[in-house]
Design a protein around this ligand. Structure first.
Ligand SMILES: Cc1ncc(C[n+]2csc(CCOP(=O)(O)OP(=O)(O)O)c2C)c(N)n1
Ligand SMILES: [Mg+2]
Length: 622
């Protein structure tokens, strides 16, 4: 039996019956399709979505990049068992996907991209918005999606959809490979009819596997732990992706080994778990970073060991520091010349806990980090303490939210100075509360991602924490929240520019050049008055309910009101940034941002001297 449908209809119908399964939990793999229509998809995929509106939910987005962010937020909140598809027109609609695709792939989060593409049959060359490449007739702008996709195919004939669609599902549900998957759809092919085998539309279940460890690797890893005197776990995003938080807690409780976490891994243990020592690396806690400096064995679990985590290769200073790395991706498991333990995080942790029966970390070591943890908690309390009638600092803004939320709230953030402050200060009360996209640290992720998170967890309070720079880059999906009644809460922090990059610029001899949103002064520098820009009014103009807070006391009240609201609500607060107030604890470890090797201006010359001192402490772990 065959069924006659267009390529677009066949694809939509196929996507509606794909399922993922892990631990007996079955989820619909493609929960919905986001789309913005142009001539490249309106008659093909657009027609198919209206034809199959009953089986494929549709969300109207405002920007192709932000639609991908929404899909990514949904995928992460769904434990990678479900995601969304994103359909675009050709040309600019398609290339707007590139940033979102890179973000998905960097963070190992599945998303299905369906850009329209130029005519396969080339009846009229070039079609509107086609880029012509004189040396290559088969290149279109969609080829920019190849390096940022984990699977890419261009469906130039109808029947090619069958193998391509199956491969796309394989990659989306593969715990090692997953990321952005792109099926480029020439606009003529989308509308072409074909007789499809009926079985193509049968329900299909894609099992997300949990491979166990190789016995030799497991024995070697267990031996390394047994002989270590100062072992430290570095928990990364893989702990969450594998839903291995309980297995990690059991491992930590059984062994007494402290657990530090990366941005993606934070929340792997609750903040008050005795073995949780907080964030590690450039934005880490004093406790975790001191343990890292003196660790003789670092046990990575599901991390990529980025420069933020390793303090650009300067953090792990013990002369005999060694690494064991439990990771499902061999590529990551071998980093830092680690003893690889290639396995699913949950399975591997269970196996390692078993192999370490009766092992217990040294009592003096446990006392040492327990005291360090208590000291850090007191520093957090001091940062959060606020005078109710004064304008709050950014840590006090975080503290006001911390005082309000419970386990069910989710905070979403990605870029600016908030990620560092949150990594140091936030008290993660549940495994999925801390949603920080720091693999790509993409300004503009927060608002659309919060939409995706809320779609995956409609009962939860979802907070997008947004700096003014980030807000200006991508406030567009607020309109979608309003249109669909998706009651996200936006906490908008106004500090008149890029506080994060301004501070970084100053420390690397850049003199804060181009990082403030201010008028030019007489010399032409942006150090005049702040701009008369009202972002609260802007959010209100997009349909948001907006609560303005001028003081720490007003902020608490506004946050509580927003939390109780069942409509999309924005809390707007201007933070105190003068030099006389204390902000978050300073960085406990370095980050390598190369400084000018020669310059005429003193700040750069001084910064270079410091830079060379830091560089000299870098280690290559072999
Ligand atoms: C899309 C994108 N462009 C540039 C950057 C580099 N960058 C990182 S933080 C930042 C400034 C963020 O400003 P804001 O949101 O106001 O936060 P603040 O630094 O003031 O806390 C910039 C430009 C980025 N991360 N993402
Ligand atoms: Mg700012």
């Amino acid at each position: 039996m065959t069924i006659r449908l267009t390529v677009a209809q066949a694809l939509v119908r196929f996507l509606a019956v794909q399922y993922s399964e892990r631990d007996g939990e079955r989820r619909r793999l493609i929960g919905a399709t986001w789309g913005i229509f142009g001539h490249g998809n309106v008659a093909g995929i657009g027609q198919a979505l209206v034809e199959y509106a009953g089986v494929m939910p549709y969300h109207q987005g405002r920007n192709e990049q932000s639609m991908v962010h929404a899909a990514v937020g949904y995928a992460r909140q769904s434990g990678r068992l479900a995601t969304h598809a994103v359909t675009t027109s050709i040309g600019p609609g398609a290339t707007n996907l590139v940033t979102g695709a890179a973000l998905a792939t960097v963070n190992h989060l599945p998303v299905l991209l369906l850009p329209g593409d130029v005519f396969a049959t080339r009846p009229a060359d070039p079609v509107l918005q086609q880029l012509e490449v004189p040396y290559a007739g088969d290149v279109s702008v969609n080829d920019t999606l190849r390096p940022v996709s984990r699977y890419f195919d261009r469906i130039t004939r109808p029947e090619a959809l069958v193998p391509a669609a199956l491969q796309a599902m394989r990659v989306l549900t593969d715990p090692v490979e997953t990321g952005a998957v792109t099926l480029a759809l020439p606009q003529d092919v989308q509308a072409e009819a074909y007789d499809w085998p009926e079985e193509f539309f049968a329900e299909r279940v894609w099992t997300v596997r949990r491979p166990g460890a190789d016995p030799v690797e497991l024995a070697r890893a267990a031996r390394a732990v047994r002989v270590a005197r100062r072992p430290l776990v570095v928990a990364g995003g893989g702990v969450h992706h594998s839903r291995a938080e309980a297995a990690l807690a059991a491992f930590a409780s059984a062994t007494g080994i402290p657990v530090a976490s990366t941005q993606a891994g934070k929340g792997s243990l609750r903040y008050d778990h005795p073995q949780d020592v907080g964030g590690i690396g450039h934005t880490g806690t004093a406790t975790a970073d001191e343990l890292a400096r003196t660790a003789d064995l670092v046990i990575g679990v599901g991390t990529r060991f980025t420069d933020f985590t390793t303090a650009s290769g300067t953090l792990f200073r013990h002369p005999e520091a060694r690494f064991v790395h439990l990771n499902i991706a061999p590529y990551d498991a071998h980093k830092l010349a680690a003893l690889p333990l290639v396995a699913d995080a949950r399975t591997g942790l269970e196996e390692l806990t078993g192999a370490l029966a009766a092992y217990r970390a040294d009592g003096a070591y446990v006392d040492e980090y327990t005291r360090g943890k208590e000291r850090w908690e007191r520093r957090v309390d001091a940062c959060f303490a606020a005078e109710p009638t004064a304008r709050p600092t950014q840590p006090q803004v975080i503290g006001a939210l911390d005082a309000l939320v419970d386990e069910s709230d989710i905070v979403v953030n990605a870029a600016g100075s908030l990620p560092g402050d949150l990594h140091k200060l936030w008290r993660a009360r549940s495994a999925d509360q801390y949603h920080l996209e720091y693999g790509y640290s993409c300004m503009g992720y927060e608002i659309p991602a919060a939409l995706g998170v809320k779609l995956a967890a409609p009962e939860r309070n979802v907070w997008a924490l947004v700096g003014d720079g980030t807000y200006l880059m991508m406030p567009t999906e607020l309109v979608t929240a309003v249109q669909e009644g998706i009651a996200i809460k936006v906490l908008l922090v106004q500090n008149h520019g890029y506080a994060s990059i301004g501070g970084l610029s100053e420390s690397v001899g850049g003199e804060r050049f181009g990082t403030a949103y201010r008028f030019r002064n007489e010399e032409g520098a942006y150090s005049g008055a702040p701009l008369p820009v009202d972002l609260a009014a802007n959010a209100a103009s997009l349909g948001m309910r907006v609560l303005r807070a001028g003081t720490a006391g007003e902020l608490r009240a506004a946050l509580a009101e927003a939390r109780a609201a069942d409509t999309p609500t924005c809390v707007y607060v201007e933070t105190e940034t003068s030099d006389t107030v204390s902000g978050a604890p300073e960085a406990q470890a370095w980050w390598d941002v190369p400084v000018a090797a020669t310059a005429t201006r003193t700040p750069a010359v001084t910064a270079r001297e410091q830079y060379e001192r830091h560089v000299s402490t870098r280690r290559r772990h072999l």
